[in-house]
Ligand binder design. Sequence first.
Ligand SMILES: CC(C)(COP(=O)(O)OP(=O)(O)OC[C@H]1O[C@@H](n2cnc3c(N)ncnc32)[C@H](O)[C@@H]1OP(=O)(O)O)[C@@H](O)C(=O)NCCC(=O)NCCS
Length: 190
Amino acid sequence: MIRAEEHFALAGHEIVLRCAEEADAGRMIDYLKTVTGETPFLMRDPDEVHITLEEERGFIRARNASEDALLLLAFVDGAFAGNCSFEGLSASRRVKHRAELGIALFQKYTGFGLGRAMLERLLEAMRERGFRQAELTVTAGNAPACHLYERLGFRICGRIPEAYRYGDGSSRDAICMVLPLNVVTGDGSR
Ligand SMILES: CC(C)(COP(=O)(O)OP(=O)(O)OC[C@H]1O[C@@H](n2cnc3c(N)ncnc32)[C@H](O)[C@@H]1OP(=O)(O)O)[C@@H](O)C(=O)NCCC(=O)NCCS
């Protein structure tokens, strides 16, 4: 889906939130290569990012064309800072009320409230679309993310043991979290 571009001030910074455009494909791939190396809490290592420009353009096109998905980019004082997104699980009647979300910022743009501001907008868009349940998984030990999700009302509903395995032989669990959404529109009920 497409959501209108938004500008606001946060902790002395000018923030812009807008949907991704196909012209962002290059910066999105570079971003993925960087953020996956900055934290152990994402799904892959930087050398596993093999996405081509054409694939990334297609990904952006698909997210924008779907009414059950949103991909939002954040800019801080004009610089690309990261993105967040949601996507409905499926259009099947039994699960169409559920959507999964994700977020990752460059480390230099963490810790001043941007993640919270982005997720508040994302959850608002999910409610408007009629989703009844927001879901996510977070790596055990990712304290800032767990704290932020709990502050937004998410509760732990399960745990996948040894969900992530690392090159040094260690592993971490995945924590499953869920947030019931109060649907704000009358016509989007799922
Ligand atoms: C997780 C992430 C999106 C959070 O974004 P952010 O802009 O840093 O978050 P915010 O500043 O809005 O809020 C972070 C909260 O965690 C708290 N926090 C920060 N470090 C913390 C720590 N070590 N332990 C507990 N809480 C911590 C902050 O105080 C803040 O809580 P508050 O609002 O109650 O003060 C961001 O850190 C990020 O992109 N990390 C790398 C990728 C990642 O882990 N993505 C999530 C995958 S599930």
